[in-house]
Design a binder for this molecule. Structure first.
Ligand code: ARG
Ligand code: ZN
Length: 840
């Protein structure tokens, strides 16, 4: 059954207050609710319907009198009085049998919840929709030593704990956690002088992995005060780490629940990348307190209202904590790897979708990351000051409300006077616009003419594109600083006059709009930009273009690696005045998946085996050509100070790691083995292990790693993942299959499942093995997992989204696996929707 945005109607009642009592028991938890309903003045007439799924109703009453409501698999319906009334129910649920990890479930003996998007209806009967906001009072009864819910703590005593959340919230922000937990405490004094108690709650044994999360939380709280003027609003802020979790983390009011992989960190067990990701996710969930919780979404079509904005805010935070240039390049790599394939394939949908069957299938890179890009464009168009003013108005006007994209845009229209009618298309038109550009030079005037179109979208109207452009003179000096051109038409020209010589344009600086730039530029001009551009992003982009062109020529024409480009790249990599993190990014080649996308866009059918061979031979050529200095430069990247996960040290380790990967091609793994043996942090240890796997000399090191880390689930996830991701393609599926027989392969744990199968999908040529065994193995396991956990299964189905890019034989193999999935009796709604869209 499909739900449509245009069918929205408000709920017929308001809720003044919710009282919940939980009597915890693994197989028979009782949930008692008492809810005060008041008729909503302007809502259309409707039946009284409450969502409820997989609940055993014990008792229901209205104003104290027992009733017998009509029950369906979706919920409960009954006659109610005309005015206000109190509705009570008691239901029974079985958290220990809940493998879908939605609603109330158990992870390692701990009770926890995940209610977004529609999980609360698996806890009790309720109008489970984000526009119904209420204050909650919760009583938890059970023998567990720690019992947590949203808001501020109330009374507690022998076998019970009470919580009260004074801020009205939708049910998707409800949370409950109970178990044998220990806390890492901290505190924060807000800008108005209020003291907030902070806690990170973990299983005993994980206490020593909380310090970074706490530091990140405090930095986030300070940053949101300083940059957005947003203060925290409760006496306590709790974070809980849970091993079994479908997503990264969840912003429940005052009680954030995290996948343990997104909060626990120590230098010995976590990589630099893990530290950065944890910092960003802690910030993301914290920032939701204002963008998501205080101001929430009217309905799930508006998901980007909170997610796009919160991703945008966390990217600003990371830019401020680290390097803005490196963060921007990383975000664009990620956007192209995850959002572009979505936007250009069968799963394409607008940033604000207009229909869905299962909303969990729309927690996508388009809603999140393209949603954040749209906000970045809006800020670029109106300017920083106007953006700040608009945000103040947004918080002022909509605090406590459930809002829409229309509300969001109205704030900008009202505060800037700008008409955003055309800009709004970014929320409704799917697809990635392509932007082509031609140039003209006459009498000191340089003219750029742009044209836009969106492939695969027949009715696409022109988008508003902020195009940041700077001009470089023939000597490489900047003759015109960055200017944002505002393109609104299908075809549009912009002139720069008063120039002494024909300039070289640097177009789409900072990736100022999420488009595919099509520009016929000579290799020498790209090398010029690579050497001289003052915009770090475009410098990186020029290099990326050259790398893609080089690999493309190697694949399609069998040419040798491009000498001139490698010479120019060497200059940058060896330039000690540049940030090592930036140099490491320059050294990284486009992935084979990115190359497949690039070739497909150029009308070439990608051959995964040829792409693998080309990138191997390019890497070998780089290593051979640079053999004279790789070792010295790597030595210069050594960090001689106690481990610190900040940008400074991690940049050095990133460059050192990229160089080690090249060195391994020369020494067969000797340097990597030495690094592995001496490593005292996970970045160095895992980096070395990856090199050994690539070299095929990992046997002893893998065994030692497993021995050392046997008891650490998160590190063992890395052990599972690395073997599949880094192995030669011909071994990938075999290795993945062997690992599913490993005693520690706990396939019901989403992190472990993804460690093996997410990595298989990332091993491009391995997943796309000609005989189809990669596809078959994954489909076998998706069929199996769907019975336990539809949400994670559906999410993993998206690895098939590029299936139409490949040759007929591979297409047929992938299609057959998708059809086999589709034909499975009892397939979940989640996976049914995904497979239908993928095949459609
Ligand atoms: N709102 C969470 C976040 O972005 C994501 C949780 C989504 N969960 C889900 N089951 N769809 O921080
Ligand atoms: Zn979020």
């Amino acid at each position: 059954q499909t739900i449509y945005l245009e069918d929205y109607t408000p709920f017929g009642w308001r809720i003044a207050e919710v009282h919940l009592t939980f009597r915890l028991a693994p197989h028979a938890t009782r949930v008692l609710s008492r809810i005060r309903f008041d008729p909503a003045p302007d809502a259309p007439e409707q039946d009284f319907f409450l969502h409820g799924e997989d609940l055993t109703l014990i008792r229901a009453a209205i104003d104290g009198a027992e009733i017998t409501p009509a029950l369906s698999p979706q919920g409960l319906r009954c006659a109610v009085p005309d005015g206000s009334f109190t509705f009570e129910t008691e239901v029974e649920i079985a958290p220990a049998a809940n493998t879908a990890l939605e609603g109330l479930y158990m992870s390692n003996g701990m009770y926890c919840t995940q209610c977004e998007a529609e999980g609360f209806r698996k806890i009790t009967y309720y109008p489970d929709r984000p526009d119904v906001m209420a204050t909650f009072t919760v009583r938890i009864e059970g023998t567990e030593p720690v019992k947590l819910s949203n808001g501020n703590p109330g009374g507690s005593g022998n076998g019970y704990a009470e919580w009260h959340d004074p801020w009205p919230k939708p049910a998707y922000l409800f949370a409950l956690v109970a178990g044998d937990l220990v806390n890492h405490p901290g505190s924060f004094t807000t800008m108005s002088g209020k003291e907030v108690a902070l806690n990170i709650w973990v299983r005993p044994g994980d206490e020593n992995k909380c310090a970074w999360g706490m530091e990140s939380l405090i930095a986030s709280m300070r940053w949101d005060e300083k940059v957005y003027g947003r203060e925290y609003d409760l006496d306590v802020f709790n974070i809980v780490a849970v091993d079994d979790f479908n997503m990264g983390a969840m912003e429940n009011k005052g009680l954030n629940v995290f996948n343990s992989s997104c909060v626990l960190a120590s230098p010995e067990t976590s990589t630099d990348a893990n530290f950065e990701r944890i910092e960003a996710i802690i910030a993301h969930e914290y920032f939701h307190n204002w963008t998501g919780n205080r101001i929430t979404c009217r309905d799930w079509f508006q998901l980007c209202l909170k997610e796009g904005l919160t991703v945008y805010r966390d990217s600003q935070f990371t830019s401020d904590m680290r390097s803005p240039e490196v963060k921007r390049i990383g975000d664009v790599i990620d956007l192209r790897a995850r959002q572009f394939p979505e936007d250009q394939g069968p799963l394409s949908h607008p940033v604000r979708p207009e229909s869905f069957q299962e909303i969990n299938n729309f927690y996508t890179a388009t809603v999140y990351e393209k949603g954040a890009e749209v906000i970045g464009m809006l800020k670029r168009l109106v300017g920083d000051d106007a953006y700040a003013k608009a945000l103040d108005l947004y918080f002022d006007r909509h605090d406590g409300q459930a809002c829409t994209i229309e509300d969001w845009l109205a704030v900008f229209q009202d505060s800037t006077g700008r008409d955003l009618t055309q800009f709004k298309r970014w929320y409704s038109q799917p697809g990635t616009p392509h932007l082509s550009v031609t140039e003209d030079w006459q009498d000191g005037t340089f003219t750029l003419t742009f044209a836009q179109h969106t492939p695969g979208q027949q009715d696409a109207q022109p988008q508003v594109l902020p195009i940041a452009v700077g001009l470089l003179g023939p000597n490489g000096d900047e003759v015109a600083p960055t200017r944002v051109l505002e393109m609104t038409e299908t075809r549009q020209s912009f002139a720069f006059d008063g120039l002494g010589a024909r300039p070289v344009p640097s177009i789409l600086r900072g990736f100022s709009a999420p488009v595919v730039l099509e520009r016929a530029t000579s290799a020498s001009e790209k090398s010029f930009l690579l050497a001289h551009d003052t915009d770090a992003f475009n410098r990186w982009e020029a290099n990326r273009d050259l790398a893609r062109a080089c690999l493309e020529a190697m694949v399609t024409e069998g040419t040798e690696p491009d000498d001139a480009w490698l010479g120019a790249l060497e200059q940058v990599v060896r330039d000690d005045t540049l940030d090592p993190a930036f140099r490491a990014l320059m050294l990284a080649l486009p992935t084979q998946a990115e190359m497949a996308q690039h070739l497909h866009a150029n009308g070439v059918t990608p051959d995964p085996d040829a792409l693998y061979a080309a990138s191997e031979s390019l890497r070998n050529a780089m290593a051979a050509r640079w053999s004279g200095w790789l070792g010295d430069l790597r030595a210069a990247c050594t960090v001689d100070a106690p481990y610190d996960p900040g940008a400074g040290q991690s940049g050095k380790r990133a460059l050192g790691g990229a160089l080690l990967a090249l060195l391994t091609r020369l020494d067969g793994g000797a340097a990597a083995q030495a690094q592995f043996d001496a490593a005292d942090n996970m970045t160095l240890q895992l980096g070395a292990l990856g090199c050994l796997v690539q070299a095929g000399t990992e046997h002893a090191a893998l065994a030692r790693f497993a021995e050392q880390w046997r008891g650490d689930r998160l590190v063992m996830d890395k052990w599972f993942a690395l073997q599949v991701a880094a192995t030669a393609p011909e071994n990938a599926a075999t290795r993945a299959e062997a690992l599913t027989r490993h005693p520690d392969f706990d396939w019901k744990n989403p992190n472990r499942f993804r460690a093996v199968f997410g990595s298989l999908a990332m091993n491009h040529a391995g997943f796309h093995a000609r005989d189809g065994r990669g596809y078959r193995l994954l489909a076998d396991w998706l069929i199996r997992l769907d019975e336990k956990n539809p949400q994670t299964t559906a999410r993993m189905c998206s690895v098939f989204q590029t299936w139409r890019r490949y040759d007929n034989a591979r297409q047929a193999l992938m299609k057959a696996e998708l059809e086999r999935l589709a034909a499975k009796p009892g397939l979940s709604r989640d996976v049914t929707e995904m497979v239908t869209r993928l095949l459609g």
